[in-house]
Every structure is written in C-alpha cells, then in structure tokens.
Design a protein around this ligand. Structure first.
Ligand code: ACO
Length: 334
C-alpha cells in the first residue's frame, strides 16, 4: 500500500467544530518547535475566520488529510479570479509524521485540483534564508525541489521585522508633513468619504487617475477587504494623507493585528499616488500611523512587513524605520 492509499482528504468546513478543533491543534503543534518572538503562534480566531472569509476576488478550498481518523495534514488552495494558476497558501504536515511521503501526496492532490479547475498549475511561496539573514529551515525549499517545482528568479519578497524594543523609530517624533497636505486617521472601518479612493489607490498601487467618476468603481475593494478583516477578528489602524487644494485622499497606510498575539502586528499596504510622490509623505504617514497604533495597542513590540524585492524605495523607507530583513519569500511553480 502506498502512502497515498492510507490518506483520506476531506473538505474543511468552518461549521464542523470537531474537525476545526483538530485542524487548530495541527497548526499549533506544527508551529511549536519554531516558536520565538519572530514566529508567533497562529491566532485561532484569525484562522477560523479565514475559513469563512476569503480575500476579495479569491475563493479558497481547504482540505484536511486523515490517516486512521486522525487529522495529520492540511492543504489550502486559493483561486484568485482570472489568474492562470492555483496558489497553495498552506501545505502542512504534522511534525511527527514528516518524511513519509505525505507532503508529496498533498502536492499531487493540489496539482489535480488545479487541473480540475482548469488552471495551468500551482504556485507557492517558500520561506528561504537571506544571504546574511537569520537561519531558516532549508526543508521547505528542499521539498519544493523534490516535488519538481521550479523556483522563480523574479517576484521574490523580503519579509522584515521591526523590534520596537531595539529600534524606536518614534524617538524623534513624527517628521513634519509637507505643506499643502493634511493627515487623517481611521480605524478598521474606512470612512464612507475615503472608501472609493482607498480602493483605487490599493488596486492601482497609486497609479490610477484619482478623478475618474466613482460610478466606474463598480464595487468597493476596501469594503470587501474590511469584511474579511472583521470576519477574521482583525482590527486595523490607518493614516491617510489628503491633498488640501483638491480635497483628494492621495495616500494611506495600514497596520492590522489579530485578536491574539498582543505583541505582534502587520504593517500592510502603504501607497502614495504617483503624482504626489517625492514629498516624504510615505515615511510621515507610516510613522504617524505607528504612533496611532501604539496608543491603541501599547503592548505592541514586533511589527512585520513584506515588500517585493525590487521595491527598493519602500525597503529603504523600512530600513530607515529600523526594520531588519528576516527572510526571502520565493515563488515556486509547477
Ligand atoms: N529536508 C530536506 N528535504 C526534505 C525535507 C527536509 N526537511 N522535507 C522534505 N524533503 C524532500 C525530500 O526529498 C523528501 O523525499 P525523501 O523523504 O524520500 O528524501 C521529499 O521532499 C518529499 O517529502 P515528504 O515526506 O513527501 O514531505 P513531508 O510529508 O515531510 O512534508 C513539508 C514536507 C510539507 C515541507 C513539511 O515539512 C511541512 O509541513 N513543513 C512546514 C510547512 C511548509 O513549509 N510548507 C511549505 C511547503 S513548500 C510548497 O508548498 C511548495
């Protein structure tokens, strides 16, 4: 009998409490060996919420894998609308049963599902050590190579951490904002007046015309993103910048955190419209937003972020804030 013959795949459904509890135990026990300040445990509220709320324009397929009735692996496939590939968001085998061919079976299953969905193949992000970075487990990339995936030379990301106890970017306060601009702040829910501007800025990474009629933005991306965030028990802190003369929101930045892990938060999107770059707005909104977040979450110590490796401007802004590169996120495809 092959390993595959001993395994049973079943869909993971949010309302199946028993299976969800087993899945959460799998996630927690898999994280345990590498727990540290830089790798906090998964937040159960966030993980259960993720079963109910996919990111905008994406559907998720979650599978648990049992042997003799026990959940010992899981697979999450993401299907972004219109994309040619299926993205593997989670491919996890319990540490006690690794190197038995279970990972390989999950990978083949992911390929089969991609074919059934009419997609060209699968893509996955693998965490790797940076040349001068902290040590990383070489297992995941060895596994990806063993199952025949190809490592892409482009499109890698750099994951970074800011330890606020070691580097306080607010020691000298928030720098002055360039003339002609005003800061605005909001929390988890985007104010109605900014919802469309936030959607346009986010989807175009600041490149879209800001005065296209609102009716042409069919649905607010910002609102759908919020539904996911709230459904996952996350809260968020935003600082935006308004161009005083036109009254338009021309940039914003976002920090979010899960219900659990009070010391940890995620520095998410920062975007400044192309026509308003070069005035130092990016660093001011990021620092002002960190100050706002610390007022609400005084326990915060570790802020994580990730940028495309080619985004030298943002990585330089982050380095100036005290972020330190932590790992390289590479893309593998089959
Ligand atoms: N070091 C070196 N090679 C490895 C390792 C490792 N730690 N793990 C797997 N491999 C390679 C080996 O060539 C192995 O064949 P072999 O055992 O005959 O030598 C081959 O991959 C297949 O291994 P499996 O037994 O099928 O894999 P396993 O069930 O152990 O699961 C996995 C591997 C999924 C990486 C597991 O270690 C895990 O859950 N890690 C944490 C989650 C993770 O990093 N997932 C990302 C996977 S990358 C991707 O999805 C493309």
């Amino acid at each position: 009998m092959t390993t595959a013959d001993t395994l049973r795949f079943s869909p993971l459904v949010a309302d199946d409490d028993e299976t969800v509890t087993e899945w959460l135990a799998l996630l927690a026990e898999s994280a345990e060996p590498s727990l540290s300040l830089e790798s906090p445990p998964p937040c159960p509220v966030d993980m259960v919420g993720s079963l109910r709320h996919a990111p905008p324009d994406t559907s998720l397929e979650d599978w648990v894998v049992r042997r003799d009735g026990r959940v010992l692996a899981s697979l999450r496939l993401a299907l972004p609308a219109g994309a040619p590939m299926v993205r593997v968001d989670q491919l996890l085998v319990h540490p006690s049963v690794r190197r038995q061919g279970i990972g390989r079976t999950l990978y083949s299953y992911a390929l089969e599902r991609a074919a059934e969905h009419g997609r060209e193949g699968i893509t996955a992000t693998v965490v790797e050590q940076l040349p001068d970075g902290p040590e990383r487990d070489p297992g995941p990339s060895a596994f990806a190579a063993a199952v025949g995936a190809k490592r892409s030379e482009s499109g890698a990301g750099v994951h970074q951490w800011l330890d606020l106890e070691l580097n306080n970017p607010l020691a000298d306060g928030v720098p002055a904002l360039a003339e002609g601009y005003e800061l605005v702040t909001w929390g988890t829910t985007t104010p109605e007046e900014y919802a469309i501007a936030v959607s346009k800025l986010e989807l175009s990474l600041g490149g879209a015309s800001l005065d296209i009629p609102d009716e042409q933005v069919e649905t607010s991306y910002a609102r759908r993103f919020e539904v996911m965030r709230v459904g996952r028990g996350r809260r968020a802190y935003h600082t935006g910048v308004v161009h005083t003369a036109s009254g338009l929101l021309v940039g914003y930045t976002s920090i979010s955190k899960t219900t659990g892990n009070p010391q940890h938060a995620l520095q998410g999107m920062t975007v400044v419209h192309t026509t308003h770059r070069g005035h130092g707005l990016g660093i001011v909104i990021k620092l002002a937003n960190l100050a706002q977040t610390l007022e609400h979450v005084p326990t915060l110590r570790m802020l994580e972020t990730a940028n495309a490796e080619g985004n030298a401007a943002m990585i330089a802004v982050n380095a100036a804030m005290g972020f330190r590169p932590d790992a390289r996120w590479t893309t593998w495809t089959s």
